[in-house]
Design a protein around this ligand. Sequence first.
Ligand code: NOJ
Length: 560
Amino acid sequence: MEAMETPWWRGGIIYQVYPRSFLDSNGDGIGDLKGVAARLDYLKDLGATAVWLSPIYPSPMADFGYDISDHCDIDPVFGTMADFDDLLGRVHAAGMKLILDFVPNHTSDRHPWFLESRSSRDNPKRDWYMWHDARPGGDSSGPPNPPNNWLAQFGGSAWEWDEVTGQYYYHAFLREQPDLNWRNPEVRKAMLDTMRFWLDRGVDGFRVDAMSHMIKDANLRDNPLNPDYHPRQSDYDRQLPVHSADQPEVHDVVRMMRKVLDGYPERMMVGEVYLPINRMMVYYGTDEDRGVHLPFNFQLIHLPWDAGQIAAAVAQYEGALPGHGWPNWVLGNHDQPRVASRVGAEQARVAAMLLLTLRGTPTLYYGDELGMRDVAIPFGEQRDPQGINMPDRGLSRDPARTPMPWDSSEKRGFTTGTPWLRLDRYHPEINAGSQRNDDHSLFALYRRLIELRGRSAALSRGNYLSMAAPSPLLAYMREAKDERFLVVLNLSHRPASFPMPDGLCGKVEVSVLPEREGEEVAGVMDLEGDEGLVIALAPQAPSPNVGETGTLKTSLAEAS
Ligand code: NOJ
C-alpha cells in the first residue's frame, strides 16, 4: 500500500486534456472548461489522479493558446474565470489535482507588454523582449541582416524585423510569439507573480512550456549546422541549437520557479525539455538546490519500438537520475504523433502496459486510452502553423489533436456544432461510451493497470530491476518489500516464449488478454503476439538473475 508521505505527483497518474478537443458544452465546435468539468467522472473512472490542461488563457490562437495575451484570465472560447473556479473545485472534490500549462518563454505579440515594448525604443518595457540591431552588411533591397542565424521552430528565421523601431525581435516559435527576456529582473518578477496568481487560486502545479528555451546565449553566437540533418526533418533541425536553448543560466530561472512553488504546500512542476538524457537530468537541480520536480522524459515517443533499445534506454535513464530525482514516462502529447499510429493498435496495448508499470509518474494524453489514431486532415482544413508553414514534411500536429470521441454518433458526442477539427470518421468503435463497458477494450486495460498500480507499492514506487529476455521480449521486475511483479511484454505480433528464471512462479495479475488473468505461471511462459503480462510473483520465490539496472539508485531514491 502507498506510504502516506509519497507526494501525490509521484504516486499519481497525470492525464493531459487538450481543452479545445475534449468536450464542447456550448455547440461552438470547440471544447471548453464546462466540458472538462462534465467529464471528470470519466477521468475518475479511468483512475487519473491529476489533470493537466493545455493553455486556457486569452489568446489570439495563432498557436492554439501557446500565444498568450493575458496570463491571468480565461479565453472566452473556453469559458470564464467562474467556470475555471468551478472546475478547480470539482477536481479537488473528486480527490484529483489540477495542473495548468505555464508558458514562460514567450507571449502573444498582442500581449499588452509586447505592444508597449514594440511601441518605441525607449519604452520602459522595451527590454522585456529580445530586441537587437540588424547585423551590418547585405543589400538595401529587403530587410537588413538578422542579428544571427538562429531559426524558429515553426520555420524561417527566428528574427522578425520591426519597421517602426528599426530593430529585430526574437521568437523561438511563431513571429506572433515574441520571446520574453528572462535576463530582465522585471520580467522575472512579473512572470513569477503570474505563477503565484494561479497558486493562490488553488492550482496544484504547472506544466512548464519550452523550459529550456528561456535563456539564450548573451553574445548571440551563431548556431552550428547539424551534420545529421535530413530533408524530411523540420527546417529548425538544420542547426544544432547550442546557443539558442539550454544555456547554463536557465537553471537559475528554474530554481526561482521552484522556490515560488515551495512557498506553497504540495505543489509541483513538470518541465517540457526535449534534450538528451544527461542534459535533461540537470533540470532536476541538485539535492541542495532543487529544480523541476519532473523534466518530461519523452524517450518512449522517440525510440524505435524495439525491446533491446527500450531496455537500454530505461537502464540509461534510471542510471542517470540524481539521488532525489523521480522518473516519469510519456507515450504522447499534443505535439507528437499518437502512440496507436506510431506502434499500431495492437502494440498500443503493450505500450500502455509499459507506461503503467515502469518506475515513475506516467502522463497520459487524452484519448490514447481509447486507442485514438492520427486522423488525416486535408490540407485545406489544417490548423496547425507548424504543418502549414512546412507542408511537405508531415509535421502537422493536427492529426493528434482531433476531438475526443465520447460515443459512436456522427459527431462522436463531442459537439452539437461543427467540430473545429475533423474527427475520426472511420473508426466509430473508438469511443469512450462503448469501451467503458467492454472488458476487452483498451480503456478497460488502462483501468485495470491503473487500479493495480494504485494499490501496489511495488508498481507505484518500488524498485525497477531489468531482466534478461530474448528478443522481441522486454522483461523487468518491480519490487517493494515482500511484493514483486514481473512484467513481460511481447513487442512483436508473433508468439514468443519467456523462460522464467529458476524457481520463479506466480499468477497473471493483468494481461492484454483478460482471459489469462488469474492463470498460474512457472517454467517456460508462452506469450501470444502483442501480448503483455503483469505477473504477481509468489512471495517465497528465490531472487532471479536480474540485471543491475538502477537497483542501487532506485533504492536510494525511495529512501530519500
Ligand atoms: C511546446 C508546446 O507543447 C507546443 O504546442 C507549442 O507550440 C510550443 N511549445 C510553443 O509554445
